[in-house]
Ligand binder design. Sequence first.
Ligand SMILES: C[S@@+](CC[C@H](N)C(=O)[O-])C[C@H]1O[C@@H](n2cnc3c(N)ncnc32)[C@H](O)[C@@H]1O
Length: 387
Amino acid sequence: MSLDKIAQIIEDKNRLVRAIFSGRRRNMQPEFEKIELRPINLRNEIKLQMTTTNDTKSKTTNLNFGEFNTLEFLNSGFANFLVEATDATITMRFTKKGEPQIFATDKLLQQNTAHDRQKVRLFDAKNDFFKVIGISDRNGFVKPSMNDKYLQIEEFLRILMPLMRAEISADRLSPPTRINPLRIVDHGCGNAYLTFAVHHFLNEENMPNEIIGIDQREESRIRNSAIATQLSVSQSVSFRAEKIANSEIARADIAIALHACDTATDDAIAWSITNGAKIVLVSPCCHHELQTQMTNTPEPWSMITKHGILKERFADILTDSLRAQILRLHGYRCEVIEFIGDEHTARNLLIRATFTGAKADEIELSRYRETLKFWSIRPRLAEILNF
Ligand SMILES: C[S@@+](CC[C@H](N)C(=O)[O-])C[C@H]1O[C@@H](n2cnc3c(N)ncnc32)[C@H](O)[C@@H]1O
């Protein structure tokens, strides 16, 4: 990566999360000991906040993006640079010989442009929309029983949005238009809080989208379809009562699933792989099936599996590791992350995958096969995909 590219990231108000310049190159004297840059939202305008430090005194100035001469500062004598963006993290260090050493990872981060760094709410719970979908009461307060769901949805969106933007910037996802909206499928949508919230939020962000919620329960379909009508969104939000495994929906850009029970998560992932979803975001629910297969523990692992609770947790970890590995082996970049604090749900893992089309790595394939062989298991996802 070149200095020009690094400068471009710093100057992109939609990508920059934070940049720090510090240290001093040999025989050079930058104007400040340290500069920290981050985007902030000031009266609905994104500015570049620059905090400079000298002799432990800090000064903060808010600039327009473009006003900060990045290349000049990159070359002004600082030795160490950290640049965090929504889709990459870059560290750069100048060696004693004045050579830049640059390391880049494609770690995904979220911007926090709040002025006071308090977490800004994505939604206004007082908006009628939240009353209609059943999250808020008639006074616009989130119902106590709905608080955790409300936060889960919000955190889900905080992860989905930068991911979508990164995929659009990387040309792996077409920018949505009215004629070609994003197509999203919510697997195991239940009461469709997430389904409606994703649709609503993307619309607010000018991202035309159509979303289909699948749930095996006919009551869900009837209830959710009535809400879609009430919100006047039935053209773009629809529901089907069917099992995910039997769904005839043939395409989606994005597949999501929030706590689709047990192996319904496997059905959702299998559907995504088979139907070419570009982004897969699934938060698994309870798992049972692998645990029941783990009857013959290979030694020395009985030390763990002899404890019922540890066996259960271990089987959970194995299940989600194998799900992530299968996605990887099918051309997805995949991470497993915590998307919300466990005080809001014990089921707080999120499998986040984006399709890159990368060829399966032989080492990863053999890790996968060895694991199945070692434990004498066959996860449901492998079964569905015949993999
Ligand atoms: C725990 S609820 C989660 C609902 C919703 N996603 C949420 O987070 O509020 C799981 C939902 O998945 C549905 N479900 C479970 N297995 C399914 C399957 N194989 N096909 C379709 N829906 C399924 C259930 O009917 C239930 O409504």
